[in-house]
Design a protein around this ligand. Structure first.
Ligand SMILES: Cc1cc2nc3c(=O)[nH]c(=O)nc-3n(C[C@H](O)[C@H](O)[C@H](O)COP(=O)(O)OP(=O)(O)OC[C@H]3O[C@@H](n4cnc5c(N)ncnc54)[C@H](O)[C@@H]3O)c2cc1C
Length: 379
């Protein structure tokens, strides 16, 4: 067993860490306050070749592996989780389904601009009445004269304001009383398509989270992604990969919180000693370090299995569940170690706590992950 990164993975890690420290971290507090989307950062990530990282070179990607994607997501999230979620959704929810299920023409047309950064990637599954139960989709796509006419709405969709197109699920028919759910690629500038960027969020303030409204949106039937009626299955496969992204984000946020807490505990003196000399604080930090180590190993293992072409659904679900829950615990303890200062924005740990909460919710809540794992272990 080899736990070392390859030379390519190490090089990507060095590059993205330097970029994250110099370009992403400095504005994170300000962006959290102003809710300003990190447009410039994404322009630069495009120039660095990070926006098509795991996709084939013929579409402008870098042909790197999933472990590298996890490393980049972790490092960006450590500096700014809003940047991390934007990146993770761009790759694993926006680009991945087109790469996995698209025709050659669709990849040329829709994956290439994602790889170059001309469009950010987005993915439309969740609806007001279809969250954990994504099969409850109510959006419809009626076929008529070589077109799909789409009506309905989606909620909580990441990146849609910056996407030229996105894949979404819609009902295209019914078979034996069961809804036929199909994935369709929809250009966001199509007449009748509205992207609403109006949410007031708890955290991830600089990320773009939108509502989509489709009112008689017409797209040619060639925009069908994969096979008719297989949209639900395709999105479940997409979410398996996405969960590695959320796991990596969680490791990044937890690592940032832990490093802040360790440094603070070494510097802050009470009762004539550094906080780090009190066993109660040492044990908190030891637990934080151990949980992060385990979460990162779980994320890398799931990514590695995916790269080997082996089954990875269970490991992806486990790493997402564990990493997101420990990110919340670590951020909470980091605030605790900072005492009253931890409650203040400038110490950043309160932001980590607000940002971490989404990781237990998005791409399948913790409850849903436990349901997935239970199914996969044969319950
Ligand atoms: C910031 C943000 C970004 C997002 N980005 C995207 C995106 O890009 N694309 C996209 O499609 N979606 C996105 N989502 C949606 C996200 O995936 C959903 O919010 C999530 O899947 C949960 O769905 P819900 O919010 O409808 O909650 P619900 O499904 O209503 O769940 C509410 C609660 O009930 C629990 N619950 C539900 N069913 C069960 C059950 N059977 N057993 C036990 N407990 C259950 C849940 O675990 C949860 O605790 C995003 C959400 C947020 C907040």
């Amino acid at each position: 067993m080899n736990f070392d990164l390859t030379s390519e993975q190490s090089m990507i890690k060095r590059t993205i860490r330097e970029f994250a420290e110099e370009e992403v971290a400095p504005g994170a507090i300000e962006r959290d306050k102003t809710k300003q989307f990190p447009t410039e950062i994404f322009k630069k990530l495009g120039e660095l070749g990070m926006l098509g990282l795991p996709f084939p070179e013929e579409y402008g990607g870098a042909g790197a592996d999933t472990v590298s994607f996890a490393i980049v997501t972790e490092e960006l999230s450590k500096a700014c989780a809003s940047t991390g979620i934007t990146y993770s959704a761009h790759i694993s929810l926006g680009g991945a389904p087109i790469n996995l299920f698209g025709t050659e023409e669709q990849k040329q047309r829709y994956l290439t601009p994602i790889c170059t950064g001309e469009s950010l990637g987005a993915f439309g599954l969740t609806e007001p009445n279809a969250g954990s139960d994504a099969g409850g989709t109510q959006t419809t796509a009626k076929e008529e004269n070589g077109e799909y006419i789409i009506n309905g709405s989606k909620c909580f969709i990441t990146n849609a304001s910056y996407a030229n197109h996105l894949a979404m699920t819609a009902i295209t028919g019914e078979q034996n009383g069961i809804k036929e759910i199909t994935a369709i690629i929809v250009p966001t500038d199509a007449p009748g398509f509205k992207v609403i960027d109006n949410y007031e969020k708890m955290g991830l303030n600089a990320s773009n989270t939108t509502e989509l409204v489709m009112d008689n949106v017409r797209v040619p039937v060639e925009n069908l992604l994969g096979k008719k009626g297989e949209g639900f299955k395709q999105f479940l496969i997409t979410l398996d990969g996405g969960r590695i992204g959320i796991g990596a984000m969680a490791v990044g946020v937890a690592q940032a919180a832990y490093e802040r807490a360790l440094q603070y505990a070494q510097e802050r003196k009470q009762f004539g000693k550094s906080l780090s000399k009190f066993q109660a604080i040492q044990f908190k930090l030891a637990d934080m370090a151990m949980k992060i180590e385990l979460a990162r190993n779980m994320v890398y293992k799931a990514a590695w299995l995916k790269d080997q072409g082996r089954p990875f659904s269970k490991e992806a679900s486990m790493c997402k569940l564990y990493a997101s829950e420990i990110a919340m615990q670590v951020a909470d303890q980091a605030v605790q170690i900072h005492g009253g200062y931890g409650y203040m924005r400038e110490y950043e740990v309160e932001r980590y706590m607000r940002d971490a909460k989404l990781l237990e919710i998005g791409e399948g809540t913790s409850e849903v992950q436990r349901m997935v794992i239970a199914r996969l272990i044969g319950c």
